[in-house]
Design a protein around this ligand. Sequence first.
Ligand code: THU
Length: 141
Amino acid sequence: MDWTALIEKALEGMQHAYAPYSGFRVGAALLAKSGKIYTGCNVESCAYTPTCCAERTALVKAVSEGEREFSGLAVVSSGGADGEYTSPCGVCRQMLFEFCPPKMPVVLAKSKQHYRVVSLGELLPLGFGPAQLGKEGPSCE
Ligand code: THU
């Protein structure tokens, strides 16, 4: 699979990052099963804890537009320690698990050429999903 287009969208999303406190800019692009791509960026707060990560921004944008099923996510950032790939935080992993199947690819990208693909299930093994409350959800797949 060629993830270049999704990474490009994540880079576009990062352009809107509001990160005056950390200076760490993040972009995300979430591919819905409809074929539409929803971008996101981190939006920080001076109170710090209300900060919304790029991944949740993209997810909430998509769900609020009626999307419920997803097939891929790309994440980029303005730079990590020692060139590490930026990977979704625990809160984002949990929110993604609500709507995305464990097998969904998550593309951790430094650039369009340098990326690593993992699955959501690898990021959140034995995750707590809607199925555990007897609800239909992607973790049933
Ligand atoms: N951040 C994200 O947007 N996504 C991640 O995957 C990791 C962290 C943001 C939150 C905060 O604005 C900044 O990066 C530093 O933690």
